[in-house]
Design a protein around this ligand. Structure first.
Ligand code: KIV
Length: 299
């Protein structure tokens, strides 16, 4: 009788095909952002399908006001850390402001660096129809591209702030046209950010590629959240669409305060945190000090 081979499908690397199979499926794509090795390891262990190294790095990790200042080098540095921590999840690196808007060949080269220098499986960029030719060129270079429309934070100055998009019939139609153009250009998935639920559901039903929503209701093919938001680590502001699954800021504050107090009282480190030296070695060491300390402070 042949032996049963245990299925390891839950541990095998998530591929583009796995993500695409989740289109219209009862099992949505679960995505989170991560920016470092420990977070990537935990997200991977939790079984998320996709880790996005978002340019939200600029705000939630590097402390900038918005996402515009983060550079290619900073993004790649954090992508490498995430790639070392994640074994299973599909990984997407977010192309930062001005790394793809200026010139198509520069965009292809920068996109390629996310794969060749930083271990990512794909890239994401913001913008709809006006980015279609850039998306096409990157996809033709063999690099999977995720689109991102709706609230596109790199266009914050054009959008007039972090505002919901697609609330009028015209802007809702523009979003659908953008989504169709990105799909035709070859995007493997499209993020819909801060879009009314009904509009996001219609776009999701219209497209053949999966949509991944953030503030776009439950009708998308997947969901993404910024990990620092869902973990309760980012306290500058919390968008309405965020659900906090933890309050790590409070946990961390509590831990740092207890550490501060214990060090202050000399309760930490205790004997269990302190290394010993054998008595005979100690005595020989002390004896060797005699010539240095004629007054003999130690015995
Ligand atoms: O940068 C980011 O984290 C993102 C997500 C919000 C989709 O683009």
């Amino acid at each position: 009788m042949s032996q049963q081979v245990p299925s390891d499908s839950s541990n095998s690397k998530i591929s583009l095909a796995t993500l695409q199979d989740k289109k219209d499926c009862s099992d949505p794509i679960v995505a989170v952002t991560a920016y470092d090795y420990p977070t990537a390891r935990v997200a991977d262990a939790a079984g998320v399908d996709l880790i996005l190294v978002g340019d939200s790095l600029a705000m939630v990790v590097l402390g900038y006001e918005n996402t515009l200042p983060v550079t290619m080098d900073e993004m790649l540095h954090h992508c490498r850390a995430v790639a070392r921590g994640s074994k299973r999840a599909f990984m997407t690196g977010d192309m930062p402001f001005l790394s793809y808007q200026v010139d198509v060949s520069e965009a292809v080269r920068n996109a390629g660096r996310f794969l060749s220098d930083a271990g990512m499986d794909s890239v994401k960029l913001e913008g709809g129809r006006r980015m279609a030719s850039t998306v096409r060129a990157i996809v033709e270079a063999g690099i999977p591209v995720m689109g991102h429309i709706g609230l596109t934070p790199q266009a914050i100055h054009q959008l007039g702030g972090f505002r919901v998009q697609g609330r009028s019939s015209n802007t809702a139609r523009a979003l659908l046209d953008d989504a169709i153009a990105l799909e035709k250009a070859g995007c493997f998935a499209i993020v819909l950010e801060a879009v009314p639920g009904r509009v996001a559901t219609l776009i999701s039903e219209w497209l053949n590629v999966p949509t991944i929503g953030i503030g776009a209701g439950s009708g998308c093919d997947g969901q993404v959240l910024v990990s620092n938001d869902l973990l309760g680590l980012f306290d500058r502001f919390t968008p309405r669409f965020v659900k906090k699954y933890s309050n790590l800021r409070v946990e961390m504050l509590n831990a740092f305060e207890r550490y501060r107090d214990e060090v202050g009282r000399r309760d930490f480190p205790g004997a269990e945190h302190t290394f010993g030296i054998p008595d005979d070695e100690w005595q020989t060491f002390i004896d060797s000090l005699e010539d240095l300390r004629p007054s003999g402070k130690h015995s």
